[in-house]
Design a protein around this ligand. Structure first.
Ligand code: F6R
Length: 608
């Protein structure tokens, strides 16, 4: 989704803005732009190409104050005229993430006042609104605050004025924004990775905050306009963690980072002799003792991890669990049970639908909330009572990989902790699970060794237009995740079914042009799955089976069997995810698509 960078400094800020935008490219965008203040004038460059094209277009621009933006179109097609920054009367310039819901009404009012709109965006109303207050003598801060009072919707904004060469105003509500504090220079960004080259000191703005930033000062005001102190943190992000290094794509890098990401996520637990609720927050023990069911809310890949967890939670902890797509739950009239623990799962912690679902649950009377999330200080973390941070490190590739497997690790820990509290786990079982968790990173590493074989397998998909993924039980959500990965980055239409559903409809699709990928762990459903695969083979469908060792399945005509190194019991879904990630990656390479930035998609979906 859209990205924001802004800077005020004693040096030329254009290289800082461009480098920041480059760092934000992973979020997905279709146009980019920047504006700087130079000798009481706004100088703007915009482009519908990549940031590198914007760099060429801004070669002649310099200034000590500026704001920049990558846009992911919502209102108005991707085009130069719709790219940010938007300006009013060559005096005010604005960048904006989010959606202004009442922009049509505001546009009508502003048009009646004589403002001429030059774009189809909702953002342009903010520029004209700020202008309307500023030209009447309000300070830039007050003009922005008065404008924000008229907006309905979500925003993170940066505002500059041509005649105010050392002041940057910014605000957030519903979209992330942070301040980067440097020495004699200060910055704003929607994501810390944009600022790593210039500072590690970060101040996270809270909902409704407005900030006024100068070269060596900054002031933050809350939604009521009261001056407030917001704590400064030192970011733990490193340049290396957001660099590509030796890898061709971030997605491949992140697939390969999974052993380390899992080790980091499990560190506290694996170094201890027993499981304690405290890993989910100080109030976890009290909350967990009051609950009788779980409701998981998430989107996309994070929703798939919730579907795996439902199986664990019901089988191991014996606690009823529902999993709902956040964008559906938020608008559904549902019956709330105050004894339910609401678990939101999100890599970014800023997904608009998941955040809205969390707030909807709270408004419905749910008090027990837990966030499983990869980004500390994200909105979902801050708005939940309990939290578990996956320590996957920054995920740049749009297709989620290491975030998914570390979410699964967190959800497995939740299952074990609840099972223990509910008397469903003997101490021997607890020790066995801890042993399996300690072994998990090396088990994942062993699966990564299948890389070359999977890249060869992928060649068979180069000319396919459709694919079917099958799994059963714990592994049906892994089939869903495999299909999601393939469609996202290779644009092959892929669907997943519980294998037992095949003969209830989808079998009609099976012929020699429909590859069928089966997730076949050595579990209690294996024999049933084998029968389902016979049904496919009998219709001429080509099978690609990811089987565990000891499944006694062999490759034969039309059947390619890939042997996984071992069977990991309850943790098997984590291992079986890895080959499907690699398959999607190598098929996308065959197809020549933009692996890290697939068309139409964005990394962090901060709008509805
Ligand atoms: C798929 C993918 C998306 C996200 C979804 C939720 O590869 O990345 O489906 O999982 O947009 O995002 P988060 O987890 O940030 O809430």
């Amino acid at each position: 989704m859209c990205g924001i960078v802004g800077a005020v400094a004693k040096r030329n800020v254009v290289p800082i803005l461009l480098q920041g935008l480059q760092r934000l490219e992973y979020r997905g965008y279709d146009s980019a732009g920047l504006v700087v203040v130079n000798q009481a004038k706004l100088e703007r460059a915009r482009s519908t190409g990549r940031v590198v094209e914007l760099t060429q277009r801004s070669a002649a621009i310099t200034g000590h104050l500026g704001i920049a933006h990558t846009r992911w179109a919502t209102h108005g097609v991707p085009s130069e005229r719709n790219a940010h920054p938007h300006m009013s009367d060559e005096l005010i310039a604005v960048v904006h993430n989010g959606i202004i819901e009442n922009y049509e009404e505001l546009r009508t009012d502003l048009t009646a006042q004589g403002y001429v709109f030059t774009s189809d965006t909702d953002t342009e109303v903010i520029a004209h609104l700020v202008h309307s207050f500023y030209k009447k003598g309000a300070s830039l801060l007050h003009a922005t605050q008065s404008s924000l009072a008229k907006l309905i919707g979500a925003y993170a904004i940066g505002v500059v004025a041509a005649n105010n060469p050392e002041q940057l105003i910014c605000a957030r509500k519903g979209s992330p924004l942070l301040l980067g504090i440097g020495e004699n220079e200060n910055f704003i960004a929607s994501d810390m990775s944009a600022l790593l080259a210039v500072t590690k000191n970060v101040v996270y703005l809270e909902e409704g905050d407005v900030a006024e930033i100068g070269i060596d000062t900054y002031r933050v005001f809350d939604a009521q306009g009261k001056a407030v102190q917001r704590q400064m943190h030192v970011s733990e992000l490193t340049n290396d963690s957001v660099e590509l290094g030796e890898y061709r794509h971030y997605m491949l890098k992140e697939i390969y980072e999974q052993p380390q990401a899992l080790a980091n996520t499990l560190e506290a637990v694996c170094n201890s002799q027993s499981l304690v609720p405290g890993i989910f927050g100080a109030e976890a023990a009290a909350s967990f003792s009051q609950i009788d069911s779980i409701l998981i809310l998430a989107c996309g890949t994070s929703h798939n991890s919730g579907l795996v967890a439902r199986n664990w939670l019901e089988e191991i902890a014996g606690i009823p669990c529902n999993v709902e797509i956040a964008s559906e739950y938020r608008y559904r009239v549902s019956v709330a049970n105050p004894k339910t623990l609401v678990v939101t799962i999100s890599q970014s912690g800023e997904t608009a639908d998941t955040l809205a679902a969390l707030n909807h649950a709270k408004a419905n009377g749910h008090q027990h909330t837990l966030a499983i999330c990869n980004v500390p200080e994200s909105a979902i973390i801050r708005q939940s009572k309990l939290r578990f941070l996956t320590r996957a490190g920054p995920e740049i590739g749009v297709a989620s990989t290491k975030a998914f497997t570390t979410q699964l690790a967190g959800l497995f820990l939740l299952t074990l902790v609840l099972a223990k509290l509910r008397g469903k786990l003997t101490s021997k079982q607890e020790q066995q699970h801890l042993h399996d968790l300690r072994h998990l990173p090396s088990a994942v590493q062993a699966v990564l060794n299948l890389d070359t074989s999977i890249s060869k397998l992928a060649e068979k998909f180069a000319n396919k237009h459709h694919a079917l993924f099958l799994g059963r039980g714990l592994h049906y959500p892994i089939a869903l995740e495999g299909a999601l990965k393939l469609k996202e980055i290779s644009y092959i239409h892929a669907e997943a079914y519980p294998a037992g559903e095949l003969k209830h409809g989808p079998l009609a699709l099976v012929d020699k042009d429909m590859p069928v990928i089966a997730v076949a762990p050595n579990d209690t459903l294996l024999e049933k799955l084998k029968s389902n695969l016979q049904e496919v083979r009998a219709r001429g469908g080509e099978l690609f089976v990811f089987a565990d060792a000891n499944t006694r399945m062999q490759s034969s005509d039309g059947v390619s069997v890939m042997q996984m190194p071992e069977h990991a019991g309850f943790l098997s879904p984590i291992l079986h995810t890895i080959p499907l990630q690699l398959l999607a990656y190598y098929v996308a390479l065959q197809k020549g698509t933009d692996v890290d930035k697939p068309r139409n998609l964005a990394k962090s979906v901060t709008v509805e």
